[in-house]
Design a binder for this molecule. Structure first.
Ligand code: ADP
Length: 482
């Protein structure tokens, strides 16, 4: 028998699969959560900063409107503006730029620094939009994270429209958030690892009973059929173990039946073979055997051979009936005619035994059946009736039906069958009285063949009998097979 290896690559083991699936199940939602919470917090802080800068930009644009652009070109105009709106460039690094209607920078809070834009033309889209009267707030993320709040400002004396731009460096927000983000991802990783370890440890409880089952099954498949899986839980494993144990019992039963069958067959064939051996040896052992003695012996040998042929024929018939894959040859069958033919064939036997054979047709019955097999099944029972009924007795066959089934009743006035034997007589080679039955030429296979055939037709056989009161066999066959 081929042995099946229980070594699996780790990635096929249930334990690893469980642990990895749980990591996936816990980390993915965590990552989605982290991602959305980071977006939410970033928006919150950036909006907070916008809410501080925007009103100040609005006030500045109002104030600028009170100056002429020419006066704004004068030094320290920005400082004056800043004082008015109480904003310092050190506050969040805000840079203030004022441009005229030609986008030329009139003043810049970085006026004294190297990157001062004073006098330059600032062709930024937000500036150009402000010159067209549209305020804007733009977040620019590059090496630095900058917030541009740009608003238009009108020189009320000349009517020229310029702009005030507040540029706030918001790196501080992103710096502190990136620290927060790193911590969040670190915690998620820790959660994932913890889940993995927990699931790996806990899956031990799931896997151990399974391994136990596998071990027992392996020993059983190596031939130790008497083993059983211990049932230690009440979960699905217990169902599996119980089912498997039941299946093993069935297998054992099949094995026992097979052995019994082989021993029965051998035993049945051994008796005639021994008789043949004894008869032939006794002829051989004598020098000159009188003609009539040797004839008598040869006749005995011939009848023993007949018996063996009879047993072999019945065995073949039984094997055929039991071959499930050999399908039934179903066709519409006239049961009345079938029974009449059987009785016609058996009437010489009945005459010889001085048994009266009666037939009663209650109604014509037509069913779906395998005619040849069903004829053999009915014939076996009628023949038994004739065989076991003493001289002067009666065997009566009645054919009847209801709207679902056909009923074939075979009733005799023989010795009957004791109640405790009624189940056993359908077993192969079972005979109530071996010596008496041997005289009648029975093999003990007839009823086994009949029952298998009737079961294959989805029908049933019932016996009604008491000792010395004869017996009644009722065969029920469904009218339609499907
Ligand atoms: P056999 O070939 O020996 O008749 P069966 O399987 O047909 O084998 O029957 C099994 C046993 O049942 C018979 O040996 C007999 O003892 C008993 N039996 C069957 N039919 C009858 C009957 N009509 N009356 C009494 N005993 C019967």
């Amino acid at each position: 028998m081929a042995t099946i290896s229980d070594k699996l690559p780790w990635y096929h083991s249930i334990r690893w699969r469980l642990a990895l699936s749980y990591i996936g199940l816990s980390i993915v939602p965590l990552l989605i959560f982290n991602f959305s919470i980071m977006g939410f917090i970033t928006d919150y802080f950036v909006n907070n900063r916008i809410n501080v800068i925007q009103p100040r930009a609005a006030i500045m644009s109002d104030i600028v409107s009170g100056f002429t652009f020419t006066s704004l070109q004068q030094e320290a105009s920005i400082r004056r503006l800043r004082d008015r709106v109480r904003i310092r460039s050190s506050d969040w690094g805000v840079r203030i730029i004022v441009v005229d209607d030609n986008a030329r920078v009139l003043d810049d809070s970085n006026r004294d620094a190297l990157d001062s834009l004073v006098g330059q033309t600032l062709l930024q889209s937000s500036v150009l939009e402000a010159l067209n009267g549209r305020n804007s707030t733009v977040l620019h993320r590059g090496d630095e994270s900058l917030l541009y709040v740009t608003m238009s400002a009108r020189d009320e004396i000349s009517g020229r429209v310029g702009a005030v731009m507040l540029v706030s460096n918001i790196d501080d927000i992103f710096d502190s958030l990136s620290e927060f983000r790193a911590r969040l991802y670190l915690y998620s990783l820790a959660v994932g690892l913890l889940v993995f370890v927990l699931v790996f440890v806990m899956s031990h409880r799931i896997i151990t009973p399974l391994r136990q089952i596998v071990r027992v099954v392996q020993r059983m498949s190596a031939g130790q059929l008497n083993l059983r899986i211990p049932i230690t839980s009440r979960d699905e494993y217990s169902i599996l173990s119980r089912t498997f144990n039941n299946m093993t019992e069935e297998l054992e039963q099949v094995e026992r039946t097979r052995e019994e069958f082989v021993s029965n067959v051998s035993h049945e064939l051994k008796t005639p073979l021994t008789a043949i051996k004894v008869l032939s040896e006794s002829i051989l052992s004598q020098e000159s055997v009188p003609e009539e003695v040797s004839r008598e012996f040869m006749q005995d040998i011939s009848s023993e051979v007949d018996r063996m042929v009879h047993i072999t024929n019945d065995l073949l018939a039984l094997v055929k009936v039991n071959q499930r894959e050999q399908s039934l040859n179903i066709a519409p069958t006239d049961i009345n005619k079938l029974v009449e033919d059987i009785l016609k064939r058996l009437s010489p036997l009945a005459e010889q035994k001085k048994v009266i054979l009666l037939y009663e047709e209650v109604r014509p019955v037509q069913i779906d059946a395998d005619e040849i097999k069903l004829a053999l099944a009915i014939s076996n029972i009628v023949e038994n009736g004739i065989k076991y009924t003493p001289r002067g007795g009666t065997v009566k066959v009645v054919v009847d039906s209801d709207h679902q089934s056909a009923f074939i009743t075979i009733q005799d006035t023989g010795p009957g069958i004791p109640e405790e034997e009624q189940d056993k007589i359908f077993n192969r080679f079972y005979r109530i009285d071996k010596t008496r039955d041997r005289d009648t030429g029975g093999t003990g296979l007839g009823l086994a063949i009949s029952r298998s055939t009737v079961l294959m037709h989805n029908g049933s056989i019932k016996i009604n009998s008491k000792p010395d009161e004869g017996c009644v066999f009722v065969l029920r066959i469904p009218i339609r097979m499907s």
